[in-house]
Design a protein around this ligand. Structure first.
Ligand SMILES: [Ca+2]
Ligand SMILES: [Ca+2]
Length: 110
């Protein structure tokens, strides 16, 4: 289910959604989709997120949600906590800022 390609598609689409709709603020996105405000994303809340992100379609979204849940829910409480969400998306991303670190010092020491 959660093949490398699916995972990539998911990350691309979710990050595009968060960027476009929430100004790249994953915490805000998490809060938004946490409809009942228990600070965890349930499977049905996850489906709303996936729908907004354009992941899957009406037929495959349930399978997607199940697969995503399986991958992200590391403590098996059938919900995605903020920590799980963050490490899967925003946390796993390196800040790839062009020209952010242009000092190669300390790399070539003799
Ligand atoms: Ca919730
Ligand atoms: Ca969990």
């Amino acid at each position: 289910m959660a093949s490398e390609q699916n995972r990539q598609e998911l990350e691309d689409k979710v990050s595009a959604l968060v960027e476009g709709k929430f100004g790249s603020d994953y915490r805000r996105a998490f809060r938004h989709y946490d409809g009942d405000q228990d600070d965890r994303i349930s499977k049905s809340e996850l489906k709303t997120l996936l729908a907004d992100a354009g992941v899957g379609n009406g037929f495959t979204r349930s399978a997607w949600a199940g697969g995503v849940m399986e991958v992200l829910d590391r403590d098996d409480d059938t919900h995605i906590s903020w920590a799980e969400f963050e490490s899967a998306f925003s946390g796993g991303k390196r800040p790839d800022v062009p020209g952010g670190r242009s000092s190669p010092e300390g790399k070539h020491k003799t």
